[in-house]
Design a protein around this ligand. Structure first.
Ligand code: NOJ
Length: 761
């Protein structure tokens, strides 16, 4: 980068008010994937006349070049900045973000973001609208698919890894793209699990649960953030000066660019806080939203508002400066075409190495929930132990759903379907018979909603055959096989934006299929495609082996075959609780205790559900956060603390011995949680504070050590959203270690009079 901040000062000095406002206008040219109902018009003309600063949703290098050429016709030749929704890959699609978080492998997460950055940059993309780091404890919300799940610590590590992968420590490099932390903030807690809905949060929960991933992403250097659609305690985030400017910028030190979400500024009218477009624009700019996405209210009204004395030109100049600074960091003032030129020679799209990483990511993300009698891995194809596999279900041959939601630039044609992957893995040794068995859903109205992007390919195709005929075919296929692999679940657009569900089950036609398959008496492997935690209580009874494969992306076929035959160890651990029943949501392992905690089973006058059976955990869900099995058998010893009395800034080493009792190598994710049994406020029963994913050779015991410091013990005492005070209280702490958030063993330590009082976020 040769140009510096002085250059920006000089440029700003030459700009008219109109030109500055033009830089704040962020548009999409329309066509292809839209995420709102408004589309910008006359984009080319507006660029040529200096009324656009950035564009998103441009899908080809040729189009990027054409638009950038137009910007070079303007008086000051300020380059455009191009953005895209690169959420879990650009052309090589990796498992969904929720699935990548399930890997608990941050090197892998970073590597996927690196690949995504290179692929996107090669067609001229400068900024990606990712990572999405909204902590979410309500799986009805479809956007949990895009998030790292329910836990702020895991989400924070995910945020850092994604930012590092995208930006690679040097945004001016042509193969780096600017990360955009989103959605700022609180969006994961919408009322009723509905998208775009109101969020009410205590200031302390905001600071302890919602903000940590944003702070972590900011500290990792994220260049931008995106405001969220929700209100937070009554104030829409696009008008929330307290949280965006006073808290995140001024107190926590964020120095980057803030973009609006799609028509988020205009929606201030619908939220009931702005009277008209001018009012909305004024509120958005004053809150600290630098770029107005799609609404064009800034473009239309800000100049008049300055004239009328409602806004100071200095506020527009400050926002414009941040846009120009982002472009400077991205190296665009030195050469607006450098990503395009690099991409043409580097050709980094869908390379064999990219595909290999996507394949490995499938195994790392797949969570085994049940594996009775070690049904998995299936015997090696050449062993002769199985002759026929029945691959059944609406996803067996599918390409369109496999990328999951938010794969806007990818094509289903590059996907390896599950049937192809299995057939490749078994060669001629085993025959793989397929049967659809059921529609994803039977209702036409629902299918048409799920086919929202049907200008491309249909993801839900209702078969011409009757449901009964399809089940009969599947049963006949399963009856002639040695083992059945049923792939069932949600369509890709069942999760994602505007895809909240009021029911968390596998759709009924597929449940009927599973019941019929169970009745064949053949061993049944159930593979679940999903973008959210589902209620799998019945499937857990029907299946001999139950796997959550999420949506695995381009290499799902190969990756799943690797898992089924044990070529790769499935090593995913749930990033969010899978509830036992819908009524348990919102749900998290990290809940506060109640005055009447439920024992394991229902008991009158304790906190539980009168209509849940006794053998069901009342408030912990069916499968807890952090849960997942490997193919090995791993035993945990009790955690050992070097000492149990500590003070001030001591460091505590906690060690646990983890033993692979099996005769195959395995991967285990050791998790450390802390509980604070007595404090001035009721603290969550457990909070994740550390984890380590390790490879264990057969019959090997390994001592795993973690270091706990006083910084792991504090909590927010915020009374307002801008209050960053934290408190660290001395006393007893339980250090829990185990394979998931439920099955932990603990050691109690006493931390005396920690001296870090009044610390800030
Ligand atoms: C709306 C979504 O909320 C956001 O995540 C996305 O980046 C924008 N649309 C742009 O497509």
């Amino acid at each position: 980068m040769t140009k510096d901040m002085n250059f920006i000062d000089g440029l700003l000095g030459q700009m008219t008010l109109e030109e500055k406002i033009g830089q704040l206008n962020l548009v999409t040219p329309g066509g292809e994937t839209l995420t709102g109902t408004v589309v910008n018009t006359d984009v080319a003309e507006k660029i040529r006349t200096g009324r656009i600063g950035g564009i998103f949703g441009v899908k080809s290098a040729e189009a990027v070049r054409v638009f950038q050429d137009l910007a070079q016709e303007t008086r000051l030749k300020i380059p455009l900045m191009f953005a895209e929704d690169v959420i879990h890959g650009q052309k090589t699609i990796f498992p969904l973000p929720l699935a990548l978080a399930a890997s608990w492998d941050m090197d892998l997460v970073r590597a996927t973001a690196r690949v995504a950055a290179r692929e996107a940059a090669s067609i001229g993309i400068d900024q990606v609208y990712s990572p999405m780091i909204d902590v979410c404890r309500d799986p009805r919300w479809g956007r949990i698919a895009e998030s790292p799940g329910e836990d702020p610590f895991l989400a924070s590590r995910f945020a850092e890894a994604m930012v590092e992968g995208y930006q690679n420590n040097d945004l001016s490099h042509p193969d780096a793209v600017m990360a955009c932390l989103k959605h700022f903030c609180g969006y994961g807690g919408g009322m009723g699990g509905r998208d775009y809905d109101a969020v009410d949060l205590s200031p302390a929960t905001l600071h302890d649960v919602v903000l940590p991933p944003f702070v972590a992403g900011m500290r990792a250097g994220a260049g931008s953030i995106m405001a969220s659609f929700n209100t937070l305690n009554g104030v829409p985030m696009h008008a929330n000066r307290a949280v965006i400017t006073e808290l995140f910028r001024e107190k926590l030190g964020f120095g980057g660019l803030v973009v609006a979400d799609y028509t988020g500024i205009l929606e201030l009218i619908a939220h009931g806080v702005a009277a008209d477009r001018a009012d909305a624009a004024r509120l958005g700019l004053t809150a600290g939203v630098d770029m107005d996405m799609v609404s064009e209210t800034y473009l239309e009204t800000l100049e008049d508002s300055v004239g009328a004395g409602l806004i100071k030109e200095a506020e527009i100049t400050a926002a414009c400066r941040r846009v120009l600074e982002a472009k400077l960091k991205l190296g665009l003032f030195d050469d607006p075409y450098h990503r395009l030129d690099w991409g043409r020679s580097a050709q980094p799209i869908l390379t064999a190495a990219n595909r290999q990483l996507a394949r490995e990511a499938v195994a790392a993300a797949t969570v085994v929930l049940k594996n009775d009698g070690n049904l998995l891995p299936l015997p090696a194809p050449e062993s002769g132990k199985i002759g026929t596999i029945a691959l059944v279900g609406p996803f067996a041959l599918d390409r369109v759903n496999m990328n999951g939601t938010w794969a806007v630039a990818a094509s289903p044609s590059t996907v390896v379907p599950i049937a192809d992957g299995l057939r490749e893995a078994v060669g001629n040794a085993v025959s793989v018979l397929t049967a659809k068995g059921a529609n994803i859903v039977d209702e036409l109205w629902l299918a048409s909603r799920l086919n929202v992007h049907d200008w491309k390919d249909l993801s839900v195709v209702i078969d011409v055959r009757s449901p009964e005929a399809m089940i009969a075919e599947a049963v006949a296929t399963a009856s002639s096989a040695d083992v059945t692999v049923a792939v069932v679940g949600e369509a890709r657009e069942y999760s994602g934006e505007s895809s909240s569900r009021s029911d968390l089950s596998i759709p009924e036609p597929q449940k009927k299929l599973l019941r019929a398959l169970k009745a064949t008496g053949k061993p049944l492997v159930v593979v679940v495609m999903t973008g959210r935690p589902l209620v799998l209580a019945e499937e857990a009874l029907l299946a001999d082996a139950l796997l959550v494969a999420w949506f695995g992306g381009t290499e799902i076929g190969h990756g799943l075959a690797d898992v089924l035959f044990g070529k790769s160890e499935p090593s995913g651990r749930l990033p969010a609780t899978f509830p036992y029943s819908l009524g348990q949501v919102p749900i998290t392992y990290s809940h506060r205790p109640t005055g009447r905690p439920a024992p394991g089973r229902f008991q009158k006058f304790t906190s539980g559900y009168v209509d849940l059976p006794d053998d069901v955990p009342q408030n912990d869900g069916l499968y807890p956060f952090g849960f997942g099995l490997g193919y090995g058998t791993v035993a945990y010893g009790p955690p050992r603390a070097v000492r149990t009395e500590l003070a001030g800034e001591d460091r505590l080493d906690v060690t646990v011995t983890v033993t692979n009792l099996g005769d195959r190598p395995t991967l285990e994710t050791v998790q450390l949680y802390i509980g604070d049994p007595v404090a001035s406020v009721s603290r969550p029963v457990k909070e994740l504070k550390a984890f380590r994913k390790l490879a264990l050779a057969p019959r090997v015991a390994e001592a795993v050590s973690f270091t706990v410091t006083a910084a792991d013990l504090d909590f927010s005492v915020a009374e307002t959203v801008t209050d960053t005070r934290r408190r660290l209280e001395g006393g007893a702490f339980d250090i829990h270690v185990g394979p998931n958030s439920r099955d932990t063993q603990a050691v109690r330590v006493v931390w005396n009079e920690p001296k870090i009082e009044g610390k800030r976020s």
